[in-house]
Design a protein around this ligand. Structure first.
Ligand code: UDP
Length: 451
């Protein structure tokens, strides 16, 4: 480990699993590069300091009216969080600038924690944004104000399958907005409008995977853009889960045939209702494939866990299926028994799957998931689209297509080619490897632009 006195970086985390994980991974990588790291976090879903003894932590009071600190903030909380966290971060940095022997050389903030850019500007230090989703999503999100202005939102139901002008290959149905909820769309518009000024942009992606979107981001912002992903590979051994991982499922996987298991997870936010859970269960049961299924506690409305499944469901699946509350997902996807991932298409899950050459069934629910699903199925061609109302027959057919058909074999082949590209990008001389070095050098040389 190099000495830790190259400078301190303050990393402002947004308190959702899919945002916290890549930021902690980035912190680990930059710590290894020689920086001291302070993680600035809210009261909600705080990272566990005992799992990251090499970081310092700064609690920012968010003033949200929830007493349960594992509450999931919604997009309606984002503005309040940004307002409340501003003063504590500014006070901390002002104190640091007078007293600290390791100077703060930059703030890296989650794009949703845009208040940090204003604070950094005030303190006169570089403000780097970490975009925790894909480059394709950034481009789409940035287009929301334009789409509203042009009157393209909300769109007519008849336009669902039409391509969105200037956002090819996305169709209207792939946009990260809820078409029937204009309040939410307007909130997203506010957030998009607040994300403007950065000294540099860091993306958890790989240049060769998202060439065109990366180019457009570079052209639009005209600041350094670092594609340093996949962070799950660049910083692999980090513990970041809010929930406890059921590691015993690895023992079950050890007893399955190579590439035979479909892994099923909807990530940390997406939910189901009773009917959907039942359809998923019968789809899995009827597919005749071994499956490892994550049902997150509280993810089914009106139920704590799997109570709504038919009585005796365990006998129906026998040894062929395993249901867990939370899995060690990266380990699962790296396991030789796993041949497919039925996913909600969160960006971390997608990166984790592609990094292991595992093709996917895409069932996006909201926001960036819809954009990513389109890239998976239409651009990278490593995913089968399964969206809308989930029904057991469609589920069974999709699983068979992916796990036993020729189409699935072809996708697995393409997914392996992508894995190779990803592996190459993080090796010496690869694009992510070089970008990470460039990022480190820019921070050390203090030559990031002042936008
Ligand atoms: N995850 C996990 N175990 C599970 C389900 C998910 O460790 O059983 C992790 C997964 O590896 C990923 C994160 O939770 O890193 C979910 O992030 P993602 O961006 O995929 O989706 P989100 O939860 O933000 O919708």
């Amino acid at each position: 480990m190099k000495n830790q006195r190259l400078g301190r970086l303050v990393l402002a985390i947004f308190p959702l699993q899919g945002h916290t994980t890549p930021m902690l991974q980035l912190g680990n990588v930059l710590h290894f590069k020689g920086f001291a790291i302070t993680i600035a976090h809210t009261r909600f879903n705080p990272p566990n300091p005992s799992k990251h003894p090499h970081f310092n932590f700064l609690l920012l009071s968010d003033n949200l009216p929830y007493s349960d600190t594992s509450t999931t903030p919604t997009i309606y909380d984002i503005e309040g969080i940004n307002r409340s966290c501003h003063a504590p971060l500014q006070e901390f940095l002002e104190l640091q600038s007078q007293t600290a022997d390791v100077p703060v050389v930059g703030i890296i903030f989650d794009s949703i924690m845009y208040f940090a850019a204003t604070v950094a500007h005030h303190i006169k230090i570089p403000r780097l944004v970490l975009m925790t989703s894909s480059a394709g999503f950034e481009q789409t999100f940035r287009a929301i104000p334009r789409l509203l202005e042009e009157g393209s939102l909300p769109f007519q139901d008849s336009m669902l399958h039409e391509l969105v002008p200037d956002l090819s290959p996305l169709r209207f149905k792939d946009l990260p907005v809820s078409n029937n909820n204009m309040n939410e769309t307007l909130k997203l518009n506010d957030i998009a409008s607040n994300m403007k000024t950065f000294s540099a942009i860091i993306l958890n992606t790989i240049d060769c995977l998202e060439q065109s979107s990366m180019l457009q981001i570079r052209q639009h912002y005209n600041v350094p853009v670092f594609g340093i992903g996949p962070l799950c590979k660049v910083a692999p051994t980090l513990f970041t889960s809010f929930l406890e991982e059921e590691t015993s499922c690895i023992g079950w996987l050890n007893n399955q045939r190579a590439k035979s298991v479909i892994y099923v997870s909807k990530g940390s936010l997406a939910t189901s209702d009773e009917n959907e859970l039942t359809e998923i269960f019968w789809g899995l049961a009827n597919s005749d494939q071994p499956f490892l299924w994550v049902v997150r506690p509280g993810s089914v409305s009106g139920s704590e866990w799997t109570e709504v499944l038919p009585k005796g469901f365990k006998e129906v699946i026998g040894e062929r299926g395993l249901v867990v509350k939370w899995a060690p997902q990266k380990e699962v996807l790296a396991h030789s028994a796993v041949g497919g991932f039925w996913s909600h298409c969160g960006w971390n899950s997608t990166m984790e799957s592609l990094s292991e050459g595992v093709p996917m069934i895409s069932s996006p629910q909201f926001f960036d998931q819809k954009v990513t699903a389109r890239y998976l199925t239409y651009v990278w061609k490593v995913g089968i689209e399964l969206d809308g109302v989930l029904e057991r027959g469609d589920i069974e057919r999709s699983i068979r297509r992916l796990m036993t058909g020729m189409e699935g074999d072809e996708m697995r082949h393409r997914a392996n080619e992508l894995k190779q590209l990803i592996d190459d990008s993080i090796l010496e001389g690869g694009s992510s490897y070089n970008s990470l070095n460039d990022l480190t050098e820019c921070l050390l040389a203090k030559n990031l632009p002042e936008p």
